[in-house]
Design a protein around this ligand. Structure first.
Ligand code: AMP
Ligand code: MG
Length: 506
C-alpha cells in the first residue's frame, strides 16, 4: 500500500514542472558510495505554510517563484528541478552511546547545493520527503508540528548569532502520518553549510576503505577548511578545527540556555552548525541538570553535560580519522587524542568569553570565572529564569537594580553582596554603554517552551498560522525589548515547566 502510494507520487514528481534552481552537486559528484540517488515520494495536497524570504534572497532564489505552484511542487517533493540530483546520504552514528552502523537519510533527501550570494556553498534538503533505502522501519515522513518547530528554533538560533542550519520553507503535505495517533504531515526544506556529520565519517571508517575516507576528508576540508588543503598535516588540522568549532558552538548554546537534547554523533556536523532540532528547548529557571527530551531518561544530554558529550562525540570523530592522521598507528592515536583533549581548554576559553560578555566585562581578569560562576549559582539556588536573570542584570548596568531585585523576589538579599562584587570588579558598570553591550548578548526574547507549543497547536490543530508568525516576528529581534511584546518575555508557570517534555522530531 505504502509502496503504491510512493510510486504514484514519484511519477508525479517526475512529471510535474519544476522551477529553475542553479544546483551544483559536488556531493553527488565526489562522494559516490556515500549515497543512494532517490526521488521524493511527493505530497497529495501540499500547502505552503511558511517561506523564508530573506533566506531565499541569500540563496539567490526568487521568493515569489518559490511560493508559486511550481515552487511549491519542489518544496513538497512533487517535482524535482532540472539541475537537482536528489539523494539520500549514508551515515552511521552513536545514539545515546550505542553504535548504529547504518543510519542515513531515512526521511530526508539532499536536493543539491546552491552557491549563495556570498559565494558560500549551501545544501538544500527536504526532510519528511518519504521512505528511502535508509528508512529501516520508519515511514520516511515528518509530522507537521516538529517541522514547524524546527523552522522556528533554527531561525531563533540564527538571529541569536549561533551557527545553525536554517529552514527555507515548511509545507503541509496533506498526508496523514501515523505516530501514537494520526497527525498531519509536513516537509521542511533545510539549508545547511553541509550535512557532513561525525556519523558520516564513522560510516566510512567502519568500511575500512581508506581511499574513500581520504576522499571524504578531502571533500570536507575543501568545503569547510579550504585553507588546510595544501597543509602537510591537514587531517589533524581538520580534526582540530572541528574540535574548535564544536567548542565554540556548545559555549554559545549554553550562553543562551539552549539544550540540544539529542547530541548523537549523527546529529553533530563538521561545519559547526547546529543541526536536527528535535527534542530541544531553552532552559527557564537555571539548572545544569535540565533535560527536556522525553527519551533522554538518563540526562545524558542535560544542559551542563553538553560539553562532555561534545567531547565524547569528537573522540568518535578522531577515531574515524586515525588512519589519515599518521601512518604509525600509535602516533596517530597520540596526536588525535591530544586534539580531542584540547576540547576542554578550548571550550573553557569560549565559555569564559561568553560569560564575560554576559556580565558586561570588556577586559579580562583572573577572577571572572568565579564571579560568573557565583552568579550562575545564585540563579540556580533561587530558581531564577536564566534569560531574564542576565537581561535584568544588563538593565541594572544603567537603570538601577529594581527590576533585577524584583526578579529575585525574596532572594534579593542573597544577591546584594554579589552585585556589589560585580560593581567593584568593573567600576564602569553603571554606564548606558555597558548596558547596551550587555543587551546585545543577553536576549529578552527566546523561544519559550509554552509559547512555542501554543503557536504550534494553533498552526497544526486549528490551521491558524497567525500565532506562529507573531512569535517568529518577536524572535527575529531578540535583543530589543518592546512593550507590546512583554508577554513573550515571561517564563511559563513553574508547573508548566516541570511538565514540559519535547519528543524526538519523528
Ligand atoms: P533523528 O532522530 O531525526 O536524528 O533521526 C535518526 C535516524 O532515524 C536518521 O537516520 C533518520 O533518517 C531516521 N529516522 C527518523 N525518523 C524517521 C522516519 N519517520 N522514517 C524513517 N527514518 C527515520
Ligand atoms: Mg538526525
Amino acid at each position: 500500500m505504502e509502496t503504491t502510494t510512493n510510486r504514484m507520487h514519484q511519477n508525479r514528481a517526475a512529471d510535474a514542472h519544476a522551477m529553475h534552481m542553479a544546483f551544483d552537486n559536488s556531493y553527488a559528484r565526489e562522494l559516490k558510495g556515500l549515497y543512494v540517488e532517490w526521488k521524493p515520494a511527493g505530497s497529495p495536497a501540499p500547502r505552503l505554510l511558511q517561506l523564508n524570504r530573506s533566506l531565499a534572497a541569500e540563496l539567490g532564489l526568487d521568493a515569489s517563484e518559490l511560493a508559486s505552484a511550481d515552487g511549491l511542487a519542489v518544496l513538497a517533493g512533487n517535482a524535482v528541478p532540472a539541475l537537482a540530483q536528489p539523494l539520500a546520504q549514508a551515515y552511521a552514528g552513536h545514539q545515546f552511546g550505542g553504535y548504529s552502523p547504518q543510519l542515513g537519510d531515512g526521511r530526508a533527501l539532499l536536493l543539491g547545493e546552491l552557491i549563495d550570494r556570498q559565494s558560500r556553498r549551501r545544501d538544500v534538503a527536504l526532510k519528511g520527503s518519504g521512505r528511502t533505502p535508509f528508512s529501516r522501519r520508519g515511514d520516511g515522513l515528518a509530522a507537521l508540528r516538529p517541522v514547524l518547530r524546527e523552522y522556528l528554533m533554527g531561525e531563533a538560533m540564527h538571529v541569536l548569532g549561533i551557527p545553525t542550519t536554517r529552514a527555507l520553507a515548511a509545507v503541509a503535505t496533506g498526508a496523514t502520518v501515523r505516530r501514537d495517533r494520526l497527525l498531519p504531515g509536513g516537509i521542511l526544506t533545510r539549508v545547511a553549510a553541509s550535512h557532513l556529520r561525525v556519523g558520516t565519517f564513522e560510516f566510512v571508517a567502519a568500511k575500512r576503505d581508506e581511499a574513500l575516507l581520504r576522499r571524504l576528508a578531502d571533500y570536507a576540508i575543501a568545503r569547510h577548511d579550504p585553507a588546510l588543503a595544501d597543509e602537510p598535516d591537514k587531517y589533524l588540522g581538520f580534526l582540530q578545527n572541528v574540535v574548535e568549532r564544536q567548542a565554540s558552538l556548545v559555549a554559545r548554546w549554553m550562553g543562551v540556555g539552549f539544550i540540544h537534547g539529542v547530541m548523537n554523533t549523527d546529529n553533530m556536523t563538521v561545519s559547526g552548525e547546529t543541526i536536527d532540532y528535535g527534542p530541544c528547548a531553552f532552559v527557564e529557571h537555571f539548572d545544569p541538570q535540565a533535560v527536556f527530551s522525553s527519551i533522554d531518561t538518563e540526562g545524558r544530554y542535560a544542559y551542563g553535560n553538553q560539553p562532555a558529550m561534545a567531547q565524547w562525540n569528537l573522540a568518535r570523530f578522531a577515531e574515524a580519522l586515525l588512519p589519515l592522521i599518521d601512518t604509525d598507528s600509535k602516533r596517530a592515536a597520540e596526536r588525535a587524542s591530544a586534539a580531542v583533549q584540547d576540547f576542554a581548554q578550548r571550550f573553557d576559553a569560549h565559555w569564559t568569553a561568553v560569560l564575560r560578555a554576559k556580565l558586561g566585562l570588556s577586559d579580562s581578569h583572573a577572577s571572572d570565572r568565579t564571579l560568573s560562576d557565583e552568579y550562575l549559582q545564585l540563579l540556580q539556588a533561587h530558581r531564577i529564569d536564566f534569560t531574564l536573570g542576565f537581561r535584568r542584570l544588563s538593565d541594572a548596568a544603567a537603570e538601577g537594580d529594581a527590576p533585577l531585585l524584583a526578579l529575585f523576589g525574596a532572594a534579593a538579599p542573597a544577591l546584594q553582596p554579589w552585585l556589589q562584587g560585580w560593581r567593584l570588579r568593573a567600576p564602569a558598570v553603571g554606564g548606558p554603554e555597558r548596558a547596551a553591550a550587555m543587551r546585545q548578548v543577553n536576549p529578552i526574547y527566546i523561544p519559550r517552551n509554552h509559547q512555542v507549543e501554543a503557536a504550534l497547536t494553533a498552526a497544526v490543530d486549528r490551521d491558524d498560522m497567525a500565532p506562529f508568525e507573531r512569535l517568529l516576528a518577536v524572535l527575529e529581534h531578540p535583543f530589543e525589548e518592546r512593550a507590546p511584546d512583554a508577554a513573550f518575555a515571561q517564563p511559563a508557570s513553574a508547573e508548566a515547566t516541570a511538565c514540559h517534555r519535547t519528543f524526538c522530531g519523528t
